[in-house]
Design a protein around this ligand. Structure first.
Ligand code: NDP
Length: 449
């Protein structure tokens, strides 16, 4: 009898749940006018790319870390400088990683800073985001300074980089798996347009859910600028400390690399609100691509220059340093001004700083800038970013290729990203986008590309 009642209760609950799901999907269908009704064009080499990249990129991270600290530091050396498996694991690595993630989560949740609204979603709603990344960075800096003052051997991180990278790759996989599984409970309008093809490998890679949240904790937004980006600064600083232990003072090259890259991170956190209008937040689902990119790829490959300088010290003349600083300054100026202009225009087109700019109308109601920075090339922000990337590698001299890995990879990434954005904008804006392309014919570099 008890068993029957239990079965009946379960049946009733399931029927209610089914009904609720049906009602929810009917509402979703009504709300979600932009649901992909045709086969979505696959990116990153489709299923094959999405299956190979999650294997290939983590191995690339480990390979680059090994090459960087090998005596020859040659990307083409054979056999490759593979470490013994014992060097891939250290019990301190998962502890440090989990502690770091916990600290950043705690700082994210602190009720400091303002709360901003994201772009309008397909169901007409807007999510709220805490703008406290810069506060978190300052709090982290104070904690780090305190720990250093108490004698924390930060330079030892140099020895732990490989096991830390292995653990971070593991966490990226686990997080992506969690994101993929939980996305099946998300309503249709909360799914990304590109990562919802029905092919598990492709969707796992691209990310199905657009803004996965646990309560008000936004997983994608959190990963985008905090643990990985700030982790990059900490790794750079650890390399500097290691250099001090080895050679008693930091080199000019190391100071420049640390300074430039810290400026980039601080800028991103200071302008955190601008991330809410980027492709990652607005368009891409949260899957392996972003989880691995944010958590593992950024901190471990973007710090290659500092890593390289520990083992391969470089001397830099004052004139050389001045030229590199000037290049970074020009890049930063273009990058910041163009990003701020677009962000301001998207948030409030009537703001005095953008109201005078020439624009063209589109069928969506949104307008496109055709003067100012966005009238120079179609991606002025990428141009600035590439100039800065070059300035970050030059302090490492010109004898090795590995410190230039970032510039090469970043050029490929931005060319590919520009093409992706172009496709999406053409789909969104149709003829208006073609008009924009005619008015502004160059993509990233004026008169060249
Ligand atoms: P963007 O910030 O360049 O945003 C592209 C979007 O801007 C388009 O989809 C469109 O969206 C809008 N847009 C394009 N043209 C115009 C126009 N003429 N007028 C008004 N709006 C326009 O995209 P990203 O997210 O790629 O880049 C953001 C920044 O992050 C860049 O500086 C980039 O260099 C940097 N970046 C850095 C990376 C790193 O690893 N260091 C990785 C990736 C990016 P809509 O019309 O819908 O608003």
């Amino acid at each position: 009898m008890g068993g029957c009642m239990w079965i009946a209760a379960v049946w009733f609950k399931m029927a209610k749940e089914k009904d609720r799901t049906r009602q929810r999907s009917e509402t979703d269908m009504k709300l979600d006018k932009r649901r992909p009704t045709h086969a979505v064009e696959r990116e990153f080499g489709g299923t094959l790319g999405a299956s190979c990249i999650p294997v290939f990129l983590p191995l690339t991270v480990l390979y680059l870390l090994c090459v960087c600290r090998s005596p020859g530091a040659s990307l083409l050396q054979w056999p490759p400088p593979l470490p013994p498996t014992a060097q891939l694991w250290h019990p301190l690595a998962p502890t440090l990683l989990l502690g770091w993630l916990a600290l950043q989560t705690f700082l994210y949740l602190l009720p400091v800073g303002k709360v901003a609204e994201g772009m309008v979603l397909r169901d007409g709603s807007r999510l709220k985001y805490p703008i406290n990344g810069f506060h978190s960075f300052c709090a982290t800096a104070v904690l780090m300074a305190l720990a250093l003052w108490m004698g924390m051997p930060l330079g030892y991180l140099f020895e732990l980089l490989l096991p830390l990278a292995v653990c971070t790759v593991g966490v990226s996989f686990l997080l992506s798996l969690y994101l993929y599984i939980r996305s099946f409970w998300a309503p249709n309008h909360a799914l990304s347009l590109g990562g919802n093809t029905g092919n598990p490998l492709y969707d796992f890679f691209m990310g199905r859910e657009l803004n996965p949240r646990i309560g008000s904790f936004d997983l994608k937004y959190f990963c985008e600028l905090r643990p990985g980006l700030m982790g990059w600064v900490v790794i750079n600083l650890a390399m500097l400390m290691n250099e001090v232990e080895l050679r008693e003072s930091p080199s000019l090259a190391m100071l420049l690399v640390n300074g430039f890259q810290m400026l980039y991170v601080v800028d991103a956190l200071w302008n955190e609100e601008a991330v809410l209008t980027t492709m990652d937040i607005v368009h891409d689902g949260f899957g392996f691509m972003l989880a691995f990119g944010d958590l593992a790829w950024v901190p471990f490959t973007y710090s290659l220059q500092a890593n390289f300088l520990v083992v391969h010290p470089q001397s830099l003349s004052a004139a050389g340093a001045a030229a590199i600083i000037a290049l970074n300054g020009v890049g930063y100026y273009i990058f910041r001004r163009s990003n701020s202009q677009k962000n301001q225009f998207r948030r409030d087109p009537t703001h005095p700083s953008v109201a005078g700019l020439e624009t063209i109308a589109t069928a969506t109601g949104k307008r496109l800038l055709v003067s100012g920075w966005w009238g120079l090339v179609r991606h002025p922000n990428y141009l600035g970013d590439l100039l800065m990337a070059t300035a970050w590698s030059l302090p490492c001299g010109v004898t090795h290729l590995v410190p230039y890995f970032y510039v090469i990879y970043f050029t490929v990434l931005l060319i590919h990203r520009e093409a992706r954005d172009e496709r999406q904008c053409r789909a969104k804006y149709g003829l208006a986008w073609d008009t924009y392309c005619r008015r502004v014919p160059y993509r990233i570099i004026p008169y060249v590309y």
